[in-house]
Design a binder for this molecule. Structure first.
Ligand code: OGA
Ligand code: MN
Length: 300
């Protein structure tokens, strides 16, 4: 079937479009890439059903939106332990032999950080634009992914809050989100890959022009603020930003491909029975700009 008509059906009153009329296993025309970019600028995230992608097809489709991030070099992943091509974030609970990770497996415990509200790669100086997550094997119960619209969250803040956050800069690091879960046994070499970076708390989307609040569980500081006050404030903002009205819960069907814009959404994984196979594979489109000036290493 030619890929010439995209139909978008809203799945939520504020955001999320379900796209039909496209087969992502086939070459995609430039006009369709443009149509997807236009659609995601409006809906912030898109759901494509029944896309039986191979890894190569997922890579090809994802690369139409920009360079891909490689997952090595940050966090606790080690070369040789990776099940997938380095441009994939392996969001599964499987090891290199496709065996389900034991309950106390270190990588599994580390990856539980995905259950905290976050935006992908906000801990990198140039954070990600899009993430594309393919549900290859999904669990029967639980294991949903929730998404929250950070444009709607921003719009709902009162004027005093908007004024207060307008110029704030936060520090993001994987160390902070793991600390929240009590995952503190990180080696010096691992910590060195997780150096905090600075991000603006308010962003303006380059296509839609809409403002959003750039929150994530990776935030540990607001520049110029006492740490406890910053963390309490970030918690308050996060609670307001993730109130039920702003949240879409995605219940996975096999071979769903969900694409979201990290610049204006947050997401989190929900619990599931840890002995069941959940094979989710993410490609991540790298951003092109910082959101805030970084501190040069020597100046710290
Ligand atoms: C991700 C992520 C959540 C999930 O892929 O970036 O956070 O439900 N996934 O697996
Ligand atoms: Mn994520």
């Amino acid at each position: 079937m030619p890929n010439d008509t995209l139909t978008i059906r809203p799945l939520h009153p504020l955001f999320v479009g379900e796209v039909s009329g496209i087969d992502l296993t086939q070459p995609i025309a430039l006009e369709q890439v443009a149509a997807i970019e236009t659609a995601i600028a409006e809906h912030a995230m898109l759901v494509f059903r029944d896309q039986r992608l191979t890894d190569d097809q997922q890579l090809d489709f994802s690369r139409r939106f920009g360079d891909l991030e490689h997952t090595g070099g940050t966090g606790i992943s080690k070369p040789g332990e990776q099940r997938l091509h380095p441009a994939f974030a392996d969001v599964s609970n499987l090891d290199v032999n496709n065996t389900v990770l034991a309950r106390d497996n270190r990588r599994r415990l580390y990856s539980l950080g995905n259950m905290l509200w976050h935006s992908d790669s906000s801990f990198k100086p140039i954070p990600a634009t899009y993430s594309l997550l393919s549900g290859r094997v999904v669990v029967a119960k639980g294991g949903e992914t929730e998404f929250a619209d950070m444009r709607a969250a921003y719009d709902a803040f009162d004027d005093a809050t908007k004024a207060e956050i307008e110029d704030l800069i936060c520090e993001h690091s994987l160390i902070y989100s793991r600390e929240t879960l009590g995952f503190g046994d990180l080696s010096e070499a691992e910590r060195a890959t997780m150096r905090p970076v600075r991000q603006s708390l308010v962003r303006t989307h380059p296509v839609s022009g809409r403002k959003s609040v750039y929150l994530a569980s990776h935030i540990g500081k607001i520049i110029g603020w006492p740490v406890p006050e910053a963390r309490a404030f970030i918690r308050d903002l996060t609670e307001a930003a993730t109130q039920p009205a702003f949240v879409y819960r995605h219940a996975w069907r096999p071979f769903d491909l969900v694409m979201w814009d990290n610049r204006c959404t947050m997401h989190r994984a929900r619990r599931f029975v840890s002995t069941e196979v959940r094979d989710m594979r993410r490609t991540t489109v790298a951003g092109t700009d910082t959101t805030a000036a970084q501190v040069p290493l020597a100046a710290e």
